[in-house]
Design a protein around this ligand. Structure first.
Ligand SMILES: [Zn+2]
Length: 350
């Protein structure tokens, strides 16, 4: 097996340095400690990221937005909303995050690796084409998908977003187009307020946004079950060339911002079933890109299980897997509602 490519650069600690914030440098440190785990020895390789250019940022963002962020460079503190700030080096760090995603996708698309994990910050999925919000400056994953289209003419990309919050920025970037299939599992109602069942895309994009809003308290088997029962057939019907994952660690049971009950084992199951889909539909090409997650213990414990699955270090037994495959996710009322709405666009759900 090719080593799993990992991005984990010291420079990601330079965003919001000295500013007390939930989205802080210790999150990167938590991932570093995961990578030192002996079980992962020799199974991953580091990829050094580059900075994305302004032209590349314009693949998703407006010139005004890029300028607004660029102007924060060198200033001790700039604020976009109550929870979204930039410090002296944030502009460069945010461009490094985007460049990291590009680099990872280059390697995977050209066959130098199959899987990767990008530990980057700030996160991206709340960043709108014209607005920074929700700790996010540039939309890393949306830019990654656009980059694949622009540079390699990749025709079909599936984005799976399992951060506890809805990825409003990714949804906005692709709402009117069938270029990308965006699927989000998230807590609802919750920040940022978008992501309800009826948000399915518009015009040519109708049916290419799939929102799976879930009430508080859902756990490992619910998430893994939905991935296995709904995302698997959807992916087989859509047949993407690559899968990008917006990987939030805030589904974790003790996350200070989320209300879900996912255990580290749950993260292993979620990863296992996503890898299974990638194997079936796109020769295993899959990139995990870090979004939120604010419990350091959660990042360490769930991050380890995600990395172990990516590195093919077996940690799940057959019984744990069968508890997911043997239980129909249709029991969940949210799943039945999503199917009711989306079956108009996806025959496979009928
Ligand atoms: Zn989140």
């Amino acid at each position: 097996m090719q080593p799993v490519l990992v991005i984990n650069d010291e420079r990601f600690k330079q965003h919001l340095e000295q500013v007390p914030h939930l989205e802080n440098a210790r999150r990167v440190k938590a991932v570093q400690s995961v990578l030192e785990d002996p079980s992962l020895n020799g199974k991953w390789a580091e990829l050094v990221p580059r900075l994305a250019t302004k032209e590349e940022l314009a693949l998703v963002h407006t010139a005004d937005h890029i300028e607004r962020i660029a102007k924060t460079a060198g200033k001790p503190l700039s604020s976009f909303d109550m929870d979204t700030q930039a410090t002296e080096k944030s502009y460069d760090v945010a461009r490094l995050g985007v460049g990291a995603v590009f680099g990872l996708l280059d390697e995977i698309w050209t066959g130098k690796a199959n899987r990767g994990f990008a530990c980057i910050r700030p996160p991206g999925h709340h960043a709108e084409p014209d607005k920074a919000m929700g700790f996010c400056l540039f939309n890393n994953v949306a830019l990654g998908a656009r980059y694949l289209k622009e540079h390699y003419s990749v025709s079909k990309i599936m984005i799976v977003d399992f951060d506890v919050h809805h990825g409003n920025g990714i949804q906005s970037a692709f709402y009117n187009t069938d270029d990308v299939l965006y699927v989000s599992l998230h807590q609802f109602p919750c920040y940022p307020g978008t992501g309800n069942f009826g948000e399915v895309g518009r015009g040519r994009g109708e049916g290419f946004t799939i929102n799976i809003p879930l009430g508080k308290g859902h756990g490992a088997r619910d998430f893994a079950g939905i991935i296995h029962y709904m995302l698997n057939p959807l992916a087989q019907a859509y047949h993407p060339d690559m899968i990008l994952v917006s990987c939030g660690f805030d589904l974790y049971m003790h996350d200070p911002l989320g209300g879900m009950t996912v255990t580290p084992e749950g993260y292993a199951l979620i990863t296992f079933f996503l890898l299974d889909i990638a194997q079936k539909v796109c020769d295993g090409r899959i990139a995990f890109i870090m979004e939120g997650g604010y419990s350091l213990k959660g990042i360490r414990e769930c991050g380890l299980r995600v990395m172990q699955e990516l590195c093919d270090v077996p940690t799940l037994n057959r019984k744990q897997i069968e508890k997911v495959t043997g239980n129909s996710a249709r029991k969940l009322s949210a799943v039945r509602k999503v199917i009711e709405i989306q079956k108009e666009y996806w025959k496979i759900l009928r």
